[in-house]
Design a binder for this molecule. Structure first.
Ligand SMILES: C[S@@+](CC[C@H](N)C(=O)[O-])C[C@H]1O[C@@H](n2cnc3c(N)ncnc32)[C@H](O)[C@@H]1O
Length: 328
């Protein structure tokens, strides 16, 4: 076992999905960076012991030593869900992530993003990031994982870059025979639990309720472009924001899919369960801000699986190295 706890510097922390997954894997987040006040309020509320730099990552100067640097730079520019503009300035924030890696030289790092980061039009960002890491002495593993294969009741594909300074980390593999968790298993009890945190249902207009009453499981309302989730399988991806009005007009706010039996969209808590957040993790800010934090997050159970694999590799690398140094 590692002789000391492994200290994590978390960039673009958001609502903390990745960090609580890493915590479940036995890694300790000690510093978080995010410019969104509502996300920072969530972190401070749930983990007052984690330090928070609330501001632009471009102004963040790391102090102290970290064993790991982790984070998911914003992905709207890479996302296949959005317009995916290759010149979106947010596409270049990985360079800030790299600057901080260069300054802190952690033993390992983890970068998470939408699978679209590996698409032809964005791949030069990924290639540049990897070649910069190689020049610093990092060995890199890249892959796309589906959260549903790691106990998350949601089909959600995400790209992970893992790197080790002088050693090669590996992504976790799907456990043989592991069953997918269905949406009903994940949120069924919330129908009779109105007091769960962040579980206030939206009051949709009567004509919307009338439409959604008649939708079958898996069916999409063509006007609102939203579907009723299946009860017996993982939910489709929960997204951070934006939706469509009846005339195809783009709406701000949080617009998750429709409940498998009720004529309304999922609540923030139901969406958080679909993302595998524990109910003890409370989201702060407006309902839109809560939904954004949930939809942007790495599902904690996926973060846990990746964290366990990363930690296992790092611990054995550290043990081997300390053995060599002491001649044992
Ligand atoms: C995809 S989310 C991260 C989600 C997080 N990994 C999780 O698992 O919950 C990206 C985050 O980056 C933050 N962000 C975007 N641009 C930033 C900047 N220039 N400086 C600091 N934070 C930024 C956003 O506020 C958002 O919370």
């Amino acid at each position: 076992m590692a002789k000391h706890r492994l200290r994590v510097l978390s960039l673009f922390t958001g609502g903390g999905g990745l960090d609580i997954g890493l915590e479940m894997a036995g890694l300790d987040t000690v510093m978080c960076v995010d410019h969104d006040p509502e996300s920072c309020a969530t972190i401070r509320h749930n983990r007052p012991e984690w330090s928070v730099f609330e501001g632009d990552v471009r102004e963040f100067q790391p102090e102290g030593e970290f064993d790991l640097v982790v984070g998911g730079p914003p992905c709207q520019g890479f996302s296949t869900a959005g317009k995916g503009n290759p010149d979106d300035p947010r596409n270049f924030l990985w360079r800030e992530y790299f600057r901080i890696v260069e300054q802190t030289r952690p033993k390992a790092l983890l970068l998470e993003n939408v699978a679209g980061m590996a698409n032809a039009k964005n791949k030069h960002h990924l290639d540049e990031f990897i070649s910069h890491l190689n020049l610093l002495g990092y060995q890199v593993e890249v892959g796309i994982l589906n959260a549903a294969d790691f106990g998350v009741p949601q089909a959600r594909k995400r790209l992970f870059v893992l790197a080790g300074l002088g050693w090669k980390p590996h992504l976790p593999t799907k456990k043989k025979g592991a069953q997918h968790v269905s949406a009903a298993e994940a949120i069924g009890d919330l129908i009779n639990n109105p007091n769960a945190p962040n579980h206030e249902p939206n009051q949709h207009a009567e004509h919307v309720v009338a439409r959604w009453k008649n939708l079958k499981e898996g069916e999409v309302d063509p006007n609102y472009r939203r579907g009723r989730i299946y009860s017996d399988r993982p939910s489709p991806t929960i997204r951070a924001g934006g939706g469509f009005g009846p005339k195809g007009d783009h709406l701000a706010g949080f617009h998750p899919p429709i409940h498998y039996t009720l004529p309304r969209q999922l609540t923030v808590r139901e969406s958080a369960r679909i993302q595998s957040f524990p109910d003890s993790w409370v989201f702060k800010g407006s309902k839109t801000a809560q939904g954004r934090q949930v939809g942007n997050a790495v599902p904690p159970l996926l973060g846990r699986a990746v964290g366990e694999s990363l930690k296992k590799g790092l611990v054995s690398f550290l043990e081997e190295n300390s053995g060599r140094k002491s001649g044992t």
